[in-house]
Design a protein around this ligand. Sequence first.
Ligand code: LLP
Length: 424
Amino acid sequence: MHHFEYRDGALHAEDVPLSTIADTVGTPFYCYSSATLVRHYRVFAKAFEGQKALICYAVKANSNQAVIRTLAQEGAGADVVSEGELRRALAAGVPAERIVFSGVGKTRAEMAAALDAGIHQFNVESEPELDALSEVAVSKGVEAPVAMRVNPDVDPRTHEKISTGKKENKFGVPWSRARDIYARAAGLSGIRVVGVDVHIGSQLTDLGPFREAFSRVVDLVAMLRGEGHDIRRLDLGGGLGIPYEAGDAPPPHPDHYAALVRELTQPLDCEIILEPGRLIAGNAGVLVSRVIYVKEGESRRFVILDAAMNDLLRPSLYDAYHEIIPLNQPTDDQRAPVDVVGPVCETGDVFAKARPMPPLAAGDYVAILSAGAYGAVMASAYNSRPLVPEVLVRGSDYAVIRPRPSVADLIAQDRLPPWLENRA
Ligand code: LLP
């Protein structure tokens, strides 16, 4: 469910015609719907009502201050994976005690920043990381609350680049070593073992892999408690998928996901931590672009947009499907296959191949849907294309929440060394 729909033939974000924003802000731009962000958060939170659950929005999905604050106002915590994300979450108003810190390569400086802030939990992924955290915590005279992220060796049945819970993936500690590592952690000063963490992948569209992974983790908690560890928290990661393609079977509803969590974890009486990212932000955002040219190739027609792979990388990187629709609602069902591409000098700069599309002409606006998660955050300035602006809509209001930098801004980021300063 989202709040991008045609009204009187014009695609709106809530009560604002997207073409109005396009005319004032220029294209390309990302546009997010507050109502959709809030709705998704509430649906997810409601599903977990009655369970001791802390919902930590995975900031990596969309880390704009306005997006994080919108969710923080709803009571969301944050899952962060860098000092940058930690600072963004704090600056947006997420209380430190609702922040968990994930990731395989936290530096000592990042650990220090998180300890100073007083975060809820570190999700630790290796023994060397545990040793480093122990040292940093001891040097500060504090204790770090720790959950070990375990690798349950479960196939999440998603794209291989976003699978994280198989033993060949870099994530988590090996299942067979978990018991020993917990024993070691318990003896380390500066470390307070509080939980177990697992995250098996992203864009999961069926509950089976979750069931498999969570069942294993529940058994592990029972075993660890038997060994004397005071395990009170269970962090189950994120990963619940969203619909990208109209007509696809919808992924499981959060209610069913929450029911599964309840069924498996209730006997443990743990605090449950959840880290949804895509589910909250994915369908709350679109990328609006303009057709620059329509070009007739030898064997196919190319629709060349002013947005490109540097703005939205998912189709190029994961062959991801994103719906593309014109801002002006087509008046009939006429469709012909076209390749929708960007202007970047790479063959992989393709948003859609042989996609049946209504007639499009130079100057027409289109919206690339489901681009709210892993869109703007993964953008780059490749080909010296400045990052595109982000706009947030709420009802009939909209605001630019990250302005478009100028090319002069881009150039000004570079510095000439002394020996190149003179033009001659
Ligand atoms: N927790 C951890 C530890 C994670 O690594 C991730 C995502 C999440 C939570 C949030 O997962 P979500 O609920 O959003 O599925 N760029 C890729 C997705 C990468 C996901 C990385 N980790 C894409 O565009 O599909």
